[in-house]
Design a protein around this ligand. Structure first.
Ligand code: GLU
Length: 913
């Protein structure tokens, strides 16, 4: 209630000056997308705050450019003194061109870069050069030697340009680049993970940032070994709660000044009143704050310019505003203090002197760790209040009781011939870790073994057992083992920041190898490659017939002893074409030999294609026929549940079984009931692993432990991915005074890579580690379309060339015939095409009489009768006894008909009808 009254008072206070000054208000134009409601509200509020009349124009959809010029011109006609551009991209270029022409200030608030050489532009968003300098410094500070730049497709890389060059100039840095596309970024991120990338610089607009972080978490890129620098100044306006405990190191920037900024507070109140939202100043998006600052820049410049008069400007008259250039000069040179600190611009209207807060995400929330100012990066760790320093001295003198569990590799009982005493009796990852912590913080410690991590014994009284109970009752100070941070435990005790991240997975015995399947030779190519091969053979058959028919040289005299044959024959029937094609695929050849250039060209390209395909097929076939594969009986917990003959379990008193117990997933619940009722759970991981190795038993275990056992038991596998994501932390009593120091020291160990080093030692080197080495399955990589596409493209291009050449050949033949017989080119072409497209008849008459007036077959016969009869007569006299025409159509036509009817038949055929 009180808050509402305060808010209302503010609103009244803000609006009173507006009402008084109403008469002399100047108009400011704003162009926004229709659905950017918050930006429109902010623009209206900010304009009114500085006594301007806001005039808004809306673009109906993103990427719209046609409406833009109409809007700019209509705003100019209303006499606005400047235009605030809330749209960006190509639309901005149009706004800028028109503003430039009319000498109207064009104020820009986005990072999309437009041509800054234009006079009229003033960009409140920090210039790319600032980011370049700042990122270089930050990377030096973080001592990154390799990193990956992630950016969104279609967005400018100007802010990352110097980092892109770092990799080129010197081989001290390994820089890789990944582009995000569409709405699913997981593929790109998985690829980055598979390549082992851990450091990322992300340039992604705040609108898409949330999705990117979510997807990064889903693919497991938010663990303690991962570090991010996020360029968007809106990173910490997002809800970062879900990433806080995973151990990820995330650095971001904030542009607005949160400290001592009462105007920001007023502004947020106004915004909340107007929209009914309940935002905190730190939740405001940078772009909204920049709109406010833009109005401030206008207002401050106008205060210096006396007698500024608005003017109605008409685009079609190329009007210019006489006060425009003075106003813009004042806006560029006037130093004002905005919500984003000093608003200083260079001659090009760019904001190159900017101050940013540098923030880091920690398990206790966001912390400002330094700032960027006057081209310098200053990093300061959070300030520790005096009162707590006294506590640190107390810790320094203390001997802490530390609970450990003899769970490999976290702690082992040392094997020694002499009897060991005290802490010397133990070794392992947690033993080394506590030693490192004590080196930093100066405390002493003594170990106590406790293998029960703790679970609720009585929910009603809140009674716990194991380590949790001992910490609660102050019987111990710290608990250090593979102690999973769970919500239940966190309600009873405190945990440090996580020192390791993991998830539940399935451990299973490597199944025996299966011989290849009967038709495994087919699996060399993917199905689609086979389909395309068959289709291409049929298609190419048709192409060969067509090309053969239109290629002049393919029409051959099949009776060489006739010098002047009446008919020519073509070898490219469907059967012959397909035979030629199949013959080359099978590497056997055929007797069909193309003669003309085009069919030869297509045939050669086909031979090349088949050579590539056959070589690829043969090269890979052996692997498919010989390699025996592990065929897993299940790949997911769901499939495991369906598999009635395989039993499964988890550690009896651990967070893994707790995961199944508390799961909302029906199958997991049923699995839990089955594990309990059948007694499939085991007392500790060692037993679970032994059963999994020797019987048909799948053991649910934390991925870190799976990694450990797989280094030593080479016949064990991790099946499938992680079922959840969680972390280990150091347990201590609620509100422990040591927490802040332990957290700080752990953070230092993580940052310096010490924890990772310890992990390598205890997982891969000591106590039998590294026995199994890298297990590499012989890869049987099927060849898919993406592998073979090149060969298909070459074939396609070759065929197109062949078709082109044969078409030219045909046109040349047609042209020659039209000259020879004095007919029109078009007539000859139509006749030729009619014949070709018929796709039947492999014979073609040689001579063609000139076309007669009526063009009928009889008339043609009349005209050419003599010629035909003469030639047939000579032909019969030579051939009738000695030569048998092999071509059946030809021979049948020449059997016993009278010469007259023959000449009619020829003429008819020549009409190709
Ligand atoms: N880390 C687990 C815990 O803290 C024990 C191991 C397991 O449940 O798989 O309870």
């Amino acid at each position: 209630m009180l808050r509402m009254i305060v808010n209302l008072l503010f609103l009244i206070l803000m609006l009173v000056p507006c009402a008084i000054k109403g008469a002399e208000e100047l108009k400011i134009g704003g162009i926004f997308y229709q659905d950017d409601d918050d930006l429109k509200v902010v623009f209206t509020l900010s304009a009114k705050l500085y006594n301007f009349t806001p005039t808004i124009r809306e673009l109906s959809q993103r990427g719209e450019t046609i409406e833009v010029s109409k809007h700019v011109c209509s705003l100019a006609e209303e006499g606005v003194i400047g235009i605030l551009d809330g749209v960006g991209f190509q639309a901005s270029e149009i706004i800028q061109a028109l503003c430039d022409m009319m000498e109207l200030p064009h104020v820009f608030i986005r990072h999309d870069i437009i041509d800054t050489k234009n006079w009229s532009v003033l960009n409140l968003y920090p210039a790319p050069s600032v980011y370049n300098l700042m990122l270089e410094e930050l990377i030096l500070h973080k001592e990154w030697k390799n990193f990956t730049l992630i950016y969104l497709k279609g967005h400018s890389l100007l802010r990352l340009s110097s980092l892109l060059m770092i990799g080129n100039d010197t081989d001290k840095y390994a820089v890789s680049v990944r582009e995000l596309e569409g709405t699913d970024y997981r593929n790109v991120l998985v690829n980055a993970k598979e390549n082992g990338y851990t450091n990322f610089v992300v340039d992604c607009p705040s609108k898409h940032l949330e999705r990117l972080l979510r997807h990064a978490q889903q693919v497991g890129l938010m663990a303690d070994e991962h570090s991010y620098i996020i360029l968007s100044p809106d990173l910490f306006t997002l809800d970062m709660e879900r990433y806080r405990y995973g151990g990820v190191n995330m650095t971001g920037f904030r542009l607005m000044n949160l400290t001592s900024n009462y105007r920001l507070w007023n502004f947020t109140n106004l915004f909340n009143l107007e929209t009914g939202k309940n935002m905190q100043p730190e939740d405001l998006k940078t772009i909204a704050v920049l709109i406010h600052d833009a109005m401030l820049v206008f207002s401050a410049a106008l205060a210096k310019l006396t007698n500024t008069q608005p003017q109605e400007l008409y685009c079609e008259n190329y009007d210019t505003w006489m006060y425009g250039s003075s106003l813009l000069n004042f806006m560029k040179t006037n130093k004002v203090d905005g919500l984003t600190r000093a608003l200083v611009f260079d001659g090009l209207g760019q904001r190159s002197d900017v101050m940013f807060d540098v923030l880091e995400l920690t398990s206790s929330g966001n912390q400002t760790v330094g700032y960027w100012k006057s081209d310098r990066l200053i990093i300061e760790r959070p300030f520790v209040p005096d009162a707590e320093i006294i506590e640190e001295t107390v810790l320094r003198n203390k001997t802490l009781k530390v609970l450990i569990a003899t769970t490999p590799p976290y702690a082992y009982i040392k094997e020694s011939e002499v009897q060991l005493q005290g802490n010397d009796r133990y070794e392992g990852f947690t033993v080394d870790l506590i030693e490192k912590l004590s080196d930093i913080l100066g405390f002493g410690y003594e170990f106590e073994i406790e293998n029960d991590y703790g679970k609720i014994i009585d929910r009603e009284s809140g009674k716990w057992g194991g380590m949790v109970a001992k910490l609660m009752e102050e019987r111990a100070d710290l608990a250090l083992c593979d102690f999973t941070i769970t919500a239940d435990r966190q309600s009873a005790i405190d945990f440090s920041i996580p020192f390791m991240t993991l998830g539940i997975a399935i451990l299973y015995k490597e199944p025996s190898k299966q011989p290849p399947e009967m038709f495994s030779f087919m699996a060399v190519f993917s199905k689609e490659v086979w389909y395309y091969m068959v289709l291409i053979q049929l298609g190419l058959g048709m192409i060969m017939i067509f090309v053969g028919r239109i290629s002049h040289k393919e029409w051959q005299n099949i009776v060489p002893c006739i010098e002047q044959p009446e008919e020519l024959s073509n070898q490219f029937s469907f059967a012959n074409s397909v035979w030629l094609i199949i013959g080359s695929v099978m590497q056997q050849g055929s007797e069909i030999a193309p003669i003309a250039l085009a069919p030869r060209m297509i045939t050669s390209i086909w031979w090349f294609f088949t050579m590539v395909m056959v070589a690829s097929y043969v090269g890979i076939l052996v692997a498919f026929l010989t390699v025996e594969k592990n065929v897993l009986p299940f790949n997911t917990p769901e499939e495991l549940y369906e598999h009635k003959s395989i039993s499964y379990g988890a550690k009896t008193e651990g967070s893994t079984i707790g995961f199944f117990k508390g799961s909302r997933n029906e199958i997991y619940k049923k699995m839990y009931q089955k594990m309990i009722s059948r007694g499939w759970t085991v007392a500790d991981n060692e037993i679970g692993v032994a059963i999994a190795e020797n019987t048909t038993y799948a053991y649910f275990m934390e991925s870190t432990s799976i990694q450990y056992y797989r280094e030593r038991h080479c016949d064990l596998l991790q099946v499938g991915g992680l079922l959840d994501q969680k972390s280990y932390g150091i347990g201590m009593k609620k509100n422990s005074p040591y927490k802040i120091y332990i957290d700080d020291a752990l953070l230092k160990l993580k940052e310096s890579g010490e924890i990772q080093k310890l992990k390598t030692i205890w997982w891969q080197e000591r106590r039998g580690g590294g026995k199994c080495g890298e297990k590499r399955e012989v890869e049987q990589k099927q060849l898919g379309m993406k592998n073979m596409l090149g060969a298909f493209v070459v074939l396609g291009v070759g065929c197109l060339f062949g078709l082109l050449i044969s078409t030219l050949d045909m046109l040349w033949g047609v042209f020659k015939r039209s000259v020879k017989y004095n007919t029109s080119f078009k007539y000859e072409l139509v006749e030729e095409l009619k014949f070709v497209i018929k796709f039947s008849g492999e014979v073609k008459p040689v001579k063609r009489p000139p076309k007669t007036d009526d063009g009928s077959a009889e008339a043609l016969a009349e005209a050419e009768g003599k010629d035909e009869i003469k030639s047939l007569r000579s032909h019969y006299s030579i051939k009738s006894t000695s030569t048998q025409r092999t071509h059946h159509s030809h021979s049948s036509r020449h059997s016993s008909n009278g010469l007259n009817s023959l000449s009619i038949a020829f003429a008819k055929r020549r009409e190709y009808t």
